[in-house]
Design a protein around this ligand. Structure first.
Ligand code: ATP
Length: 221
């Protein structure tokens, strides 16, 4: 897996403007974008996912061009083969664990209940050790389990790259350490290509990846 990013975007707020000008390339399976609040981490992640259109530059994953302003390429998010795990996991509260995972297989808003018996859903329930809570709703499972459901929902469609937005921030401190190890183990076992954003140096240390430091919208030299 390789990621090659060069993006520029000017964002104008009420009284200020923010210049995002981020460039990096990496062939590591765990890329960590690290920086303080306001550094431009989320904007970068959104540009890779196709949720934000840069003014200029390119985004390439595995040699596949997802965005290239000069060539006029801007693939829609659903065609990028890139999965996004949101900071609060964004699980559907009215769907069970199995249905949430099954949702990752669905394009469009079909009824995911028909997918919960999909072989792939059963497989990922096993891999993530969620078989025991397959029929539970997100409000009835632990924070660590919720994170696993979110990651399972992301990987079920076999994306080329999984984007994780502050994956441990929503967990209580006691659980955080355990989940860091769990995610690292899982990444290594499944050989999942990941791009993680975080402001927490403990995440950087635990993930042992290629760390890229961001500050004020730029990669630190
Ligand atoms: N739509 C927008 N319009 C104007 N400015 C924006 C917009 N979205 C983000 N910004 C600004 O861009 C900067 C970077 O935002 P971004 O969300 O990428 O930071 P971050 O590094 O992810 O920080 P955090 O960890 O707090 O989420 C911030 O100063 C923010 O105020």
């Amino acid at each position: 897996m390789s990621v090659d990013i060069a993006i520029r975007k000017t964002l104008r707020g009420d009284a200020r403007q923010f210049e995002l000008d981020v460039q990096f390339a990496s062939a590591h399976r765990r890329i960590v974008l690290f920086g303080p609040s306001g550094a431009g981490k989320s904007l970068t992640l959104r540009a890779v996912a196709g949720l934000l259109s840069p003014d200029a530059g390119h985004v390439r994953v595995d040699g596949r061009t997802l965005f290239d302003s000069a060539a006029g390429v801007d693939r829609p998010a659903r065609e990028r083969g890139v999965a996004y795990v949101f900071q609060d996991y964004a699980l559907f509260p009215h769907l069970t664990v199995a249905q949430n995972i099954g949702f990752g297989l669905v394009r469009g808003w079909f009824n995911p209940s028909r997918r919960e018996h999909d072989e792939r859903v059963r497989h990922w329930l096993d891999v993530f050790d969620l078989g025991g809570v397959a029929n539970s709703y997100p409000s009835r499972i632990s924070g660590g389990q919720r994170q696993r459901v979110a990651v399972a929902r992301a990987v079920v469609a076999e994306p080329r790259l999984v984007l994780l937005d502050e994956p441990f921030a929503a967990l209580d401190p006691a659980l955080r350490g355990r989940m860091r190890n769990e995610l690292l183990t899982l990444q290594q076992r499944l050989d999942l290509p990941m791009l993680v954003i975080t402001h927490d140096p403990a995440d950087v240390e635990a993930l042992e990846g290629h760390t890229i430091a961001l500050r004020d919208g730029r990669v630190c030299p």
